[in-house]
Design a protein around this ligand. Sequence first.
Ligand SMILES: NC(=O)c1ccc[n+]([C@@H]2O[C@H](COP(=O)([O-])OP(=O)(O)OC[C@H]3O[C@@H](n4cnc5c(N)ncnc54)[C@H](O)[C@@H]3O)[C@@H](O)[C@H]2O)c1
Length: 272
Amino acid sequence: MKRILITGGASGLGAELARQYSAKGWTVCIADIQQALGETFVQELNQTFNNDCFFLPLDVTSEEQWQQAAQEIASRWKGLDCLVNNAGVASSGNIDQLSMKDFQWTLDINVMGVVKGCYVFTPMLKKSKGTIINVASAAGLMHMPSMSAYNVSKAAVVALSETLYAELDSAGVHVSVLCPAFFKTNLTDSMRATDQGGIAIANKLMERSSIQASDVARMTYEGAEKKQFYIVTHAKEKMMWRIKRYFPSYYFSQMKKLGSVFQRKTTGSKAA
Ligand SMILES: NC(=O)c1ccc[n+]([C@@H]2O[C@H](COP(=O)([O-])OP(=O)(O)OC[C@H]3O[C@@H](n4cnc5c(N)ncnc54)[C@H](O)[C@@H]3O)[C@@H](O)[C@H]2O)c1
């Protein structure tokens, strides 16, 4: 049975990934800070799939807890086939308004949480010739105004993944980076924003998405199995990313318009 560890697996995309990998016959470790939710979910998985799934309390910002997780996986499973660095949080706000504390919070979880996971588990994945799936976002490829902390964090995950894709190839470790746009999960429950408008916009975009967490999870599974590197799930963002690369002036003119709208909304006047 193949072995997968999914951070942030108690909710949203992580939980969908856990369901779909379980359905394909994998055994799953759900690693999350939400212990009660994670343990209940693990029971559900074991009842449905009988796959010896288990919950591991893990705060991805703690290197010590990552080391403990690796010890637990090594003694229980004797190795790992796939690490999914999925745990993440969202934040929004203009650069002069989002507090440095909230900027740092975003980076600690979304960037260093992923870095620490790769650091601790790469030796094990080299032995199994396994896979790392890093969950970035379309925000790692295209950067909407008023979301600098989240954009920076997800661009860093893309950069880390591009680096490791090349660095670990000769060791037989495959890396995929997932870049979805909005889809409905519980992400806005923990979101930090300088005004409620940012959370309302994120909720609206999630509600409107024609792609669900189960679709994103299916595309992730299929992409990783095919050893795809970039997994960009939403067609519109895939097109926008192409426009950014081939027609940067047009791309930035649209982003500036959006920036001006956001400035008006937050300051009540048109930006200079
Ligand atoms: N939902 C979207 O629209 C969307 C779009 C693009 C990318 N993403 C990314 O998908 C990933 C999953 O998010 P989601 O949308 O399923 O949200 P979610 O809030 O439903 O799930 C996130 C999970 O991460 C866990 N988590 C948060 N901080 C943690 C920490 N320090 N240590 C361990 N676990 C922690 C939470 O407890 C939760 O279970 C995130 O990286 C997010 O940035 C989401």
